[in-house]
Design a protein around this ligand. Structure first.
Ligand code: PGA
Length: 263
């Protein structure tokens, strides 16, 4: 369809609110949560809402989300379609289940499971090939920020992690800026800090994929997003959404986050 295709993509910069449940909630709890969330938030065409259960909760979550407008994301994916890879789950299997998105390169996977930027690139490619929206996580540690290395980290993580992406795919991709020191700590980046990093990430996308792609890619903020700080974060021009951990486990707090108001 030529280069105008991404501009007509329904996903172009539509605000995205995603809950990462990590290793919480079994299948039944996840399904109940989704039904309750759906009844609180109702229809929400102007924003995209996702929750990410564990792999074993995906099937029931997809069923519970049917007809609600809530999408289901996985927390990881492997890049091969099939083979002798014990314990892994492929993008084709996730897509067949009705999963629509996948978190890739979360700092917990990098820290505890040895995930690298090169793996991220392979996983992003696999996700895109099977129509899954990759949510690529990047961000610096406390030591790196203190040492003034935030931009250096981001200027590696973004281009390497996105090295398998074509410019025309930018609208089908989200990048989450998640400073590690803000994850699960209650320390949120200030809106200005988050904006500065989000704008820098967008600049990196422009360098890697061009200005048009940079204008279409969604940049999220993650790290202790809560009902009382979401509005000011979402008011920032380069922040198109939030990736939420702890506060996505409770219907009341996550529904308030989803229903953020532009400050
Ligand atoms: P948090 O987690 O909201 O609990 O800080 C965010 C994340 O890990 O994506």
């Amino acid at each position: 369809m030529g280069r105008s295709e991404p501009l007509t993509g329904t996903r172009a910069r539509r605000p995205l609110l995603a809950g990462n449940w990590k290793l919480f909630k079994d299948s039944a709890e996840g399904a109940v949560f989704i039904s309750e969330l759906a009844s609180v938030i109702g229809q929400h065409e102007d924003r995209e809402v996702l929750v990410a259960p564990t792999f074993v909760g995906l099937h029931e979550a997809v069923g519970a989300a049917e007809g609600t407008g809530i999408g289901i994301a996985a927390q990881d994916v492997f890049w091969e379609e099939e083979g002798a890879f014990t314990g892994e789950v492929s993008a084709i299997a996730l897509a067949a289940l009705g999963v629509g998105a996948v978190i890739i390169g979360h700092s917990e996977r990098r820290q505890y499971f040895g995930e690298t930027d090169n793996w991220v690139a392979l996983k992003v490619r696999a996700a895109l090939d099977y129509g899954l929206l990759p949510i690529v996580c990047v961000g610096e540690s406390q030591e790196e920020r203190s040492a003034g290395l935030t931009e250096e980290m981001l200027s590696t993580q973004v281009p390497v992690g996105l090295s398998s992406v074509k410019a025309a795919e930018a609208a089908e991709l989200a990048i989450a800026y998640e400073p590690i020191w803000a994850i699960g700590t209650g320390l949120t980046a200030t809106p200005d800090m988050a904006q500065e990093a989000a704008a820098f990430i967008r600049d990196q996308v422009a360098l890697a994929l061009g200005n048009e792609a940079a204008g279409l890619v969604r940049v999220l903020y993650g790290g202790s997003v809560k009902p009382d700080n979401v509005d000011e974060l979402m008011a920032m021009p380069d922040i198109d959404g939030a990736l939420v951990g702890g506060a996505s486990l409770d219907v009341e707090s996550f529904s308030r986050i989803v229903s953020y108001r532009r400050a």
